[in-house]
Design a protein around this ligand. Structure first.
Ligand code: 8Y4
Length: 277
């Protein structure tokens, strides 16, 4: 029921909001490392004030065609921000990474969750996470970020995603990552057509059957652009509709850019559920 994120515990029967904090160079225009860390900390502080339970710090772009970030560069981007947030703010720091070295360094700095869009498929990643006690979010992806959108194909997307996650659970538990610290994520937009994404959204209950807390991220994604015809900057309402659906289907964590608004949407769902108990 409760999960321990490096000393901060949360009831996973409740729905929490995770704010997105990109620390890629294009997200904070130049100004040197100090100013970048400072700007990232200010943005994190705003999201905490807005009600975020997690801040998801990511130093690598998973957009198809993005240039891969060398390990040293990822460490240089992410570590100072993780250190600053854990020192200054009362929030769980999540680190969006696939690199075992980044997992090791950021957990040592106080990160409370490792969020891996590659489901710990990199060599050494399961073994690295087995050495620590922090929870990990294992996300479904078909292929690699670079080519995942080329021709996504499934026999049955819900069954296939569920089978992939069940297999990762088996592999991770065999490597020594306890099941009670594994969070699952269907990976909206990661090797999926718009239709696949909406089939998954409709079938989140099926993924709940795996018996682990769920995390979802649909905020501003192209599945919402496709149905509304809107650009990224105009997708707030659609993002809130998607977040509301996910909350109603019992997900534990919603990854979002617009924390303030998403927290309100989640509060409406929570109030309804509490009134019914
Ligand atoms: C506009 C803004 C359009 C952002 C697309 C995007 C997830 C995730 C990402 C997710 C988990 C993104 C790191 C993609 N998505 N981690 N990360 N689940 N666990 N695209 O769905 O935000 S990055």
């Amino acid at each position: 029921m409760r999960m321990n994120f490096a000393g901060k515990t949360l009831d996973m029967a409740q729905c929490h909001v995770m704010g997105v904090l990109n620390v890629t160079p294009d997200s904070f225009s130049d100004g040197g490392r100090f100013n970048q860390v400072d700007a990232a900390l200010a943005r994190a502080r705003q999201m905490v004030d807005d009600g975020a339970a997690f801040i998801d710090v990511g130093g690598e772009s998973t957009r198809p065609g993005a240039t891969p970030v060398p390990l040293d560069e990822e460490l240089d981007r992410v570590c100072p921000v993780v250190e600053a947030i854990t020192r200054e703010l009362d929030v769980i720091v999540s680190v969006d990474t696939s690199a075992p070295e980044v997992m090791r360094e950021t957990v040592a700095l106080g990160a409370g969750l490792i969020n891996d869009v590659r489901a710990l498929q990199r060599p050494g990643a399961p073994e690295e996470m087995a050495k620590h006690k922090v929870p990990v979010c294992v996300m479904h992806i078909q292929g690699e970020p670079d080519y995942m959108q080329d021709n996504p194909s499934y026999r049955n997307v819900c069954q296939d995603v569920s089978a992939f996650l069940a297999e990762r659970l088996r592999v991770l538990e065999a490597a020594g990552v306890e099941g009670d610290r594994i969070i699952l994520d269907p990976g909206f937009g990661f090797g999926k057509t718009v239709r696949h994404n909406f089939q998954l959204l409709g079938a989140l209950e099926q993924l709940q059957q795996l018996g682990h807390p769920l995390l979802v991220g649909m905020s501003r994604k192209s599945m919402l652009g496709h149905v509304t015809g809107k650009e990224v900057s105009e997708r707030l309402s659609a993002s809130l509709a998607a977040a509301t659906i996910a909350a109603m289907k019992g997900v534990s964590i919603i990854r979002a850019h617009d924390v303030r608004e998403t927290v309100d949407a989640v509060k409406v769902v929570t109030a309804m559920e509490e009134a019914g108990r």
